[in-house]
Every structure is written in structure tokens, then in C-alpha cells.
Design a binder for this molecule. Structure first.
Ligand code: ZN
Ligand code: ZN
Length: 244
């Protein structure tokens, strides 16, 4: 019971970060240049959690199916964010209204709802296996949650929707995250399947959603923040193993 409570508490924090990201876009006068640092830090951190924690743990739990499930998780996000969605990328939507018609906006929202559902599944899977794994996955997810809410709200505005609709879109990402947490917690004996699928999802989010955004920035400073994300991961891992 206590475990279930803490899984939902962490899930709720992640969900609220989606809503906060949407709020930043709707409040036009708020400074939000700092968000790109979250994208870069989050990409390095999530890449480290996926490759050093989630993938090895998945393989040790269910060889040989884990590898297939990891690939499946990766392709699943690719399908929903980029195959059935004609135009999607992380970060503020700055493309014209002709590109971003309302149908394109809605398909981006749908893709992100699927993605955030697995964010929730990954947090719950981590905690169901061990508290340190849960915390590492939670930080990885949290770092990109504000940019996620920010992305969906800006896509809604640039496809001609109202600010109110943009906020509803950001809230729906939060709700979807909580649904992922709920489903994984209710079907906890499936955690050996949940972890590899979400490892593939994490790999996609880090390397195929976030890193391309980092690479759009001129100069090398933003690229260096990715390494800072990996170092930040090592530091939190060290703390969890009883460092200090
Ligand atoms: Zn665009
Ligand atoms: Zn996400």
C-alpha cells in the first residue's frame, strides 16, 4: 500500500510538470529560454538510465524476449509520434499555420498521449522493481516533462487552437501519465514486460526526440549539457547507492 502511494505521488509530480509546461506557453510573457537546457540535460540523463539501468535489468529478468520488447517499445513511439503524425518535433512549434492545420495538431496530441502513457508505465515499472530504479527513472522522466507540456501547448496554438484548448492538451498529457502509472500498478505481475517496453520508449525519447532538438542549437555549449546529464545521472546513482 505504501509502495502504491509513493508510485502515485511521483507520477503526480511528473503529471503536474506537463501542466506547468503548458502554462509556460499560454503565459506569453514568461521567460522560457531555460527549457532547452532541460531538453539537453534530460536527453543525457535518460540515455544513461535506459542503457545502464533499464536495458540490463530487462535482459537479466527475461532473456531472450527483452531485446524484442525493447525494439517494440522504440518502434511504438516512432509509429505514434512520427508515422501517423505528419509533423512533430519537441520544443516550441514555430512553423506556419499552413503546415500546422488543426488535424496535424490533433495527431501530434494523440502521439504525445501515447508517449506520456508510457512515461507513467516506466515510473511505475521502476518502483515495482526497486526504489533506486524507480527514482532514477522518475528523474529521467521529470526532466523532459516540462518541455513536453510546452511542446503540446505550442503545437495547439500554432494549429489555430485557443489558449484554453492548449491547456487542456497539456493537462491531458498529465492524465495520460497517471493512467500509465495506474495500469502498471494494477497489473504489477506484468512488470517484466513493462520494463523492457519502456526501456525502448526511453531510448527513443532520449536519442530520437530530445537529441535532435539539442543538435539544432548552434555551437557546442548545448551539446556539452548532454554530457552534464550523464554526469548528473552518475551523481544521483552514487547518492542512491549510499554515497556521502
Ligand atoms: Zn514544427
Ligand atoms: Zn515523455
Amino acid at each position: 500500500m505504501e509502495l502504491t502511494f509513493s508510485i502515485f505521488a511521483y507520477g503526480l509530480v511528473a503529471a503536474l510538470a506537463n501542466v506547468f509546461g503548458g502554462f509556460l506557453i499560454v503565459q506569453r510573457d514568461w521567460h522560457r529560454g531555460f527549457l532547452k537546457y532541460f531538453v539537453a540535460l534530460g536527453s543525457g540523463y535518460m540515455l544513461a538510465v535506459a542503457t545502464l539501468e533499464m536495458i540490463p535489468e530487462s535482459i537479466s529478468r527475461m532473456r531472450p524476449h527483452a531485446a524484442l520488447l525493447i525494439l517494440g517499445g522504440y518502434l511504438l513511439v516512432h509509429f505514434f509520434e512520427h508515422t501517423i503524425t505528419p509533423h512533430f518535433h519537441f520544443g516550441e512549434e514555430i512553423h506556419s499555420h499552413e503546415v500546422m492545420n488543426p488535424a496535424v495538431g490533433l495527431s501530434s496530441l494523440f502521439g504525445l498521449i501515447i508517449h506520456t502513457f508510457f512515461d507513467g508505465v516506466s515510473i511505475a515499472s521502476g518502483f515495482l522493481i526497486s526504489r533506486p530504479l524507480g527514482l532514477l527513472i522518475f528523474v529521467a522522466v521529470l526532466l523532459h516533462k516540462i518541455p513536453e507540456g510546452f511542446t503540446v501547448a505550442s503545437v495547439m496554438l500554432s494549429s489555430g487552437r485557443s489558449k484554453r484548448f492548449a491547456m487542456i492538451a497539456a493537462i491531458s498529457l498529465g492524465v495520460s501519465t497517471l493512467l500509465g502509472v495506474l495500469l502498471m500498478t494494477m497489473t504489477r505481475h506484468w512488470v517484466n514486460y513493462g520494463l523492457p517496453v519502456t526501456a525502448g520508449v526511453a531510448l527513443y525519447v532520449a536519442a530520437s526526440d530530445l537529441i535532435p532538438e539539442v543538435n539544432k542549437e548552434p555551437g557546442f555549449r548545448m551539446a556539452l549539457v548532454v554530457f552534464a546529464g550523464v554526469i548528473f545521472f552518475s551523481f544521483t546513482k552514487w547518492l542512491l547507492e549510499g554515497g556521502l
